[in-house]
Design a binder for this molecule. Structure first.
Ligand code: LLP
Length: 386
């Protein structure tokens, strides 16, 4: 078999299954834990079906994601719906599907959900997303839980908001929702979140409020530097932080919304070298993949491991690895030590399973990179044949 047209995404479904099973194994004893896969990280149907088969729920941020999650076999009552700007159509669709919970981000949104639920003769389960003003110690563009961020309601607004929700007949208050940020590599960062939840639980109890569910969002980071050595994040350490620091009440459920930590390492962006060009001070490798296929480096200065899969020699050199887009930010790596490269070599951009394919665009009238998986072909075997 020939290599498909590059660039393309290649997903290792065996690794995905192993990752999902590891989460199952380390939370086996925690019957009150419910893990939702954050669909925004990757909505590829095969990935969603694999997640569904393992019995996970979904965290969605649009009507489109809810549709995809349901189509993949994720039960609607295991779907939570977040987002600061839910449209009327999306709210209607979510109500009709009977999703598990709306994570409400403002009072105006709450009133709209209430009205639409009443019009449909339904009662919407709602949780308030609280902005805990906690620093996630991650990239500024993926920090969400600070006062300066647009997400959620503030702590001083919480009790008042719940009391108002309790008066509305189209909504049922179900709990609290948080999400402090993404690519959090030090799990200790989640401790202040646990403490905040504990304080708010006490505050709610003092106000005779019962919240059946607490949702702590996602955010667990992965090892972008050493994807081969660490294909799985330390899920044990992550869940342990919550087990030991967050005091769940009897009968309460604790929800997680993990995206990146589930799918990032199972995806690779495969690309071909178009040209190797000498600059004044640098050598450039020009790939046929650009930031339209993988925006993370241009958008968040992200680091992705890059490998020449077809080197002729073991000698190495420093290169800048760039894409073909007409913008200076279309750079995947600067001053990266790689095997000596020539036109036609095949490159792998690792850890591209999360926020890769989903964030691609058609800028410069480019075609979207197609997705394939280990169920379609064995990439290593094809490369060996060539
Ligand atoms: N829950 C909520 C409410 C979120 O906003 C997010 C991610 C997640 C869960 C999942 O977070 P994760 O477990 O994947 O960290 N495009 C950026 C990341 C944006 C994250 C947005 N929210 C990137 O490529 O780094």
């Amino acid at each position: 078999m020939n290599l498909p047209k590059t660039p393309f995404y290649y997903y290792d479904i065996t690794l995905l299954e192993r990752t999902l099973q590891t989460i199952r194994d380390v939370t086996q004893e925690d019957s009150q834990f419910c893990v939702h896969y954050a669909v925004k990280a990757n909505n590829n149907p095969l990935i969603l079906q694999t997640v569904a088969k393992k019995g996970f729920g979904a965290d969605c941020v649009s009507g489109g994601e809810i549709k995809q999650a349901v189509a993949a076999g994720i039960p609607a009552d295991k779907i939570v719906f977040a987002g600061v700007g839910k449209t009327d159509d999306e709210i209607d669709f979510a109500l009709q599907q009977g999703i598990g919970c709306f994570n409400v981000e403002s009072m105006p949104e709450l009133r709209v959900i209430n009205e639409q639920a009443l019009a449909l003769g339904k009662i919407a389960n709602i949780a308030f997303r609280v902005n805990p003003n906690i620093d996630a110690h991650t990239h500024q563009k993926i920090t969400t839980g600070l006062n300066e961020n647009k997400f959620g309601i503030t702590i001083p607004q919480l009790i008042r908001s719940i009391k108002e929700a309790e008066k509305l007949e189209g909504v049922k208050f179900c709990g609290l929702h948080f999400h402090i940020g993404s690519q959090i590599t030090d799990v200790e960062t989640f401790k202040p979140l646990c403490e905040c939840v504990n304080e708010l639980q006490t505050l709610m109890e003092e106000n005779n409020i019962w919240a059946p569910s607490i949702n702590v969002g996602g955010g667990l980071g992965i090892d972008y530097k050493h994807p081969k050595q660490h294909p799985l994040p330390d899920f044990e350490a992550y869940f342990k932080i919550f087990r030991e620091n967050l005091f769940i009440r009897p009968g309460q459920t604790l929800h997680f919304e993990l995206g990146r930590s589930i799918v990032a390492q199972c995806g690779t962006l495969v690309s071909k070298v178009l040209y190797v060009k000498e600059g004044v001070e640098k050598k450039f490798i020009i790939l046929d993949a650009g930031f339209t296929d993988m925006a993370r480096v241009a958008m968040y200065d992200a680091y992705h491991d890059i490998e020449n899969l077809t080197p002729e020699t073991q000698t190495q050199q420093y290169y800048d690895v760039v894409g073909p887009i007409c913008e200076s930010s279309d750079v995947f790596a600067q001053h990266r030590l790689l095997h000596v490269t020539k036109r036609g070599d095949i490159f792998a951009l690792r850890s591209a399973g999360a926020y890769g394919e989903v964030m691609s665009s058609k800028y410069n009238s480019r075609e979207l990179a197609k997705p394939y998986s280990t169920q379609d072909f064995d990439l290593d075997a094809i490369l060996k044949e060539q």
